[in-house]
Write a protein that binds this ligand. Structure first.
Ligand code: NAP
Length: 203
């Protein structure tokens, strides 16, 4: 049975992933452990990042889905887990955002107090993930970056009514399906980078 640790498992994409892994045809192949703020793991604290890594080691997790967006600490969790797993056939899946694929376009945009730090954090996560995935050899830890476009979750509620948003929203389950697919790849195959969307904002 593959042990899957998931941050941000109580809502949105993380919750859809838990549901999918528990109910899809593969359901008795997975055992799941979640780490979210409302279940006592506030990943804004560096001490919680260390605690999550230690619990993944103690539980002997096979996969970490580094899903919850936490400024700075999503990258910190990636590095901290990778340092422990580097020479083991483990898998770290990072949830990025498609916006980091066009970071130079975003660099031209005006400052927005929420959006600008988010996009630059995701770009940093993207580069960290790419660099670690580049180290991969058989038997080592695989690192995957998944970058969806707009997904219909609590975090995009504020966009409702803007532009063509309803046409370009994916469901959380469609993203969970991609994550499940990466989890089920053979251990000798590393998916480095997976960007996908169903369209962009009307210009
Ligand atoms: N939605 C999109 O359009 C979209 C697009 C591209 C990428 N993404 C990325 O996908 C990931 C999931 O997004 P989502 O839209 O599914 O989010 P969401 O619906 O807002 O859910 C956020 C999840 O993260 C947990 N969380 C938030 N802050 C936390 C903290 N400080 N410590 C621990 N857990 C925390 C929440 O836990 P509690 O419920 O316990 O608070 C919740 O389970 C994020 O990395 C996001 O950047 C989302």
């Amino acid at each position: 049975m593959k042990k899957i640790a998931i941050t941000g498992h109580t809502r949105g994409i993380g919750k859809a992933l838990v549901h999918r892994l528990e109910t899809s045809g593969n359901n008795n192949l997975f055992s799941i452990k979640g780490f979210s703020q409302s279940t006592g793991y506030n990943l804004q604290r560096v001490s919680t990042v260390k605690k999550v890594v230690q619990e993944c080691l103690d539980w002997e997790a096979d996969v970490l889905v580094n899903n919850a967006y936490v400024p700075d600490n999503q990258v910190r969790l990636l590095y901290s887990m990778y340092e422990q797993w580097v020479d083991k056939p483990k898998l770290i899946i990072n949830m990025g955002a498609i916006s980091s694929d066009s970071i130079s376009n975003f660099a031209q945009m005006g400052y927005n107090k929420d959006w600008t730090p988010y996009v630059s954090d995701k770009a940093r996560l993207d580069w960290a993930s790419l660099q670690l995935s580049n180290q991969f050899k058989p038997g080592m830890c695989r690192v995957t970056m998944i970058k969806p476009g707009m997904v219909d979750t609590d975090s995009t509620e504020w966009l409702k009514g803007i532009s063509n948003i309803d046409d370009i929203m994916m469901t959380a389950d469609s993203v969970a399906e991609m994550i499940e697919w990466v989890i089920t790849l053979e251990e000798n195959t590393q998916m480095r980078n997976l960007s996908f969307d169903v369209g962009n904002f009307n210009g």
